[in-house]
Design a protein around this ligand. Sequence first.
Ligand SMILES: C[C@@H]1N[C@H](CNC(=O)CCc2c[nH]c3ccccc23)[C@@H](O)[C@H](O)[C@@H]1O
Length: 450
Amino acid sequence: MTDDPQSPTGRPVPAWFTDAKFGIFVHWGAYSVPAWAEPTGELGATDPEVWFAHNPYAEWYWNTSQIEGSPAWEHHRAVYGGRPYDDFLDLWRAESFDPGDWADLFARAGARYVVPTTKHHDGIALWDAPGTGTRNTVHRGPRRDLVADLAGAVRARGLRFGVYYSGGLDWYAGRRAVIRHEDRIDDYGRPHEAAYAAYALRQVRDLIDRYRPDVLWNDIGWPDLGMADLPGMFAGYYAAVPEGVVNDRWDGAHADYLTSEYQANRQNETAAAWENCRGVGLSFGYNRNEGPEDLLDTAGAVRLLVDVVSRGGNLLLNVGPKADGTLPEEQRAVLEGIASWMTHHAAAVHATRPLEPGDAVPGGETADGEGPPWVRWTRDDRHAYAFVAGAPGGEAVLKVRPGLLDPATAARLDGGPVSAAAVSDGVRVASPWLDAPLPAAVRFSLASPG
Ligand SMILES: C[C@@H]1N[C@H](CNC(=O)CCc2c[nH]c3ccccc23)[C@@H](O)[C@H](O)[C@@H]1O
């Protein structure tokens, strides 16, 4: 483990990951039955004092519904009579789950990897996990190995498959501690006992042995008494999955790449390899209370993806399936919108890299078309791609370093007309496609490829 934030471990990150640019996160669990939270706001932009009692993360239902007086606590009493949370495991049928349909959509949307929850904070496993007895989806509820089903469908379409595991929090195997804001002093009631550390290690090793996940996406750190196990566990992982990648939420033990979440930990977005994760809405688990105002629309999701990629990161965009296994229509529509956009723009996204500092100037936000056009850049060995949105009248002057672009090769816009002319501080581009909220990519040839 080096202390270089640019390359946290010195191990070169496998090219498949940095070329992938776009992955799909899937938070699906017993919490998808109530599917109830208050859409209060984004992590990192919401008052932490109210976060836990008004948690917008629907996958936190067990915790939020036990905070006396919280709206979730009222809801759980009013609608479910305060019944035990584990009843939701038996109510979770997944009767319409069609992993091939999900994988088709994810592939069309241009995602290159898929990471489903295998055990979230509620401790319920989506496979026949060791130590869980019947508290898993093989023995109860769906009565399926959901991890295997999704892994098979995703890999059949050439996408990589990773696993999310909540190593640091387990409200069942751990201390069953309800977390309130004031509990942050007590490390949020995280379990650190040796028995839990052994339990978690056994489960992650089982995930590696059974599914050879391409990504090990741990969350909330790792139990103190289990930290000594990690170097051996990672060595075993890389031996089993030579191109595997490990995220950074192991309490500093190891990281192939760094992560941010909504607006939280964005300082990590300067690393050589990094990934921003968020939901289509304000929650990872499906939240029936979210309205259109809480969700990214297609243009917002595409601008987020392009902005992240232009800065050298990956976007891990989450969908929260309903308990029956269908994807919420409003979330499906965003992925379908991205899929349609990708038919013209995949080459400007996948396997690209940022321009060198000083090569071009990104443009500001233009949510309503005011101010400068929204501009982001990517490049590959031979081309530079300028993504433009909200350019008034479809015209924009793109500020680029003189000599960067080959003036002899015409600019190109996949699927539409574009004109480009050199001007004193860059290049002026014009196309009817450039004034839309959805970015369009203008392709230029580089004067010096490579
Ligand atoms: C993907 C989501 N992760 C949540 C936990 N989130 C965090 O701990 C955010 C803090 C964070 C962001 N980047 C990091 C890098 C290293 C350590 C912590 C963080 C979960 O609580 C939530 O339910 C969902 O699974």
